[in-house]
Design a protein around this ligand. Structure first.
Ligand code: FE2
Ligand code: FE2
Length: 231
């Protein structure tokens, strides 16, 4: 598989002042997974290389705003009510967009994909509640890849779902997705190309876990080197 994504270039961007090392690590691993899946999905949908690369960059950076959430993004604030927490977490696409503008990262297409990656096709998402083709196509691609990635990943409150269970959950929520893009993802998930990507992804996750135990401080650079191999 061609090496298409040099995550090392992005690693320094994740060193957000005040962010927890563990969160930086998780954001990079998740970003890398979404980036790789989104790139392949955009290719499958027939977009040109330039656009596919932009979608990939947006995938890598889509949750970077979470690192700007005070007190970390993983519910460290014990007295925070669930509703408040939701409101708080919902700020991350805007924070991410602002961060990219501030640091002059990516062009407008990339920033808009990051800003709208939680919009739902039926208009029930955030931050702008836009719907259908008003949602930039990059954001619609990220939406399906992001949800799939989240479902097949371990979370603090549950273990990762397997592929079939993740797909079942996504079918239940299909109103959130652009059907053309969702169907292309389904096809991709059942292809040999995806199987190969999964193997490399597993290897990366295992090595990141080992490295986590060794040293918290060297994580971004290590994740960068390992993640490059996923592409
Ligand atoms: Fe997000
Ligand atoms: Fe995400």
């Amino acid at each position: 598989m061609a090496e298409i994504f040099k995550i090392d270039e992005y690693a320094p961007l994740f060193n957000i002042e005040g962010a927890f090392e563990e969160d930086i690590q998780d954001a990079m691993v998740h970003g890398c997974y979404v980036a790789n899946l989104a790139y392949r999905l955009a290719k499958k949908l027939g977009y040109d290389e330039e656009f596919c690369l932009k979608v990939m960059q947006a995938g890598m950076l889509h949750d970077i705003g979470k690192l700007r959430l005070e007190d970390g993004m993983y519910s460290r604030k014990e007295d925070l009510l669930k509703a408040d927490e939701m409101k708080y977490v919902r700020m991350h696409p805007t924070l991410g967009y602002e961060l990219l503008c501030e640091k002059k990262i990516g062009d407008n297409e990339i920033r808009q994909s990051v800003f709208h990656h939680h919009e739902n096709f039926d208009g029930s998402g955030y931050p702008d509640n836009i719907s259908g083709e008003d949602i930039p196509v990059g954001a619609r691609i990220l939406r399906v890849c992001d949800v799939y990635s989240a479902l097949v990943s371990d979370r603090h409150y549950r273990e990762a779902y397997d592929k079939d269970t993740a797909i079942t959950f996504m079918i239940e929520e299909v109103k959130n997705f652009d059907m053309r893009i969702f169907l292309a993802l389904m096809e991709l998930l059942h292809s040999d190309e995806f199987y190969e990507m999964e193997q490399l992804g597993e290897m990366m996750k295992n090595q990141v876990e080992i490295q986590k135990e060794k040293s918290a401080n060297s994580q971004p650079a290590v994740a960068g080197r390992l993640a490059t191999r996923l592409a």
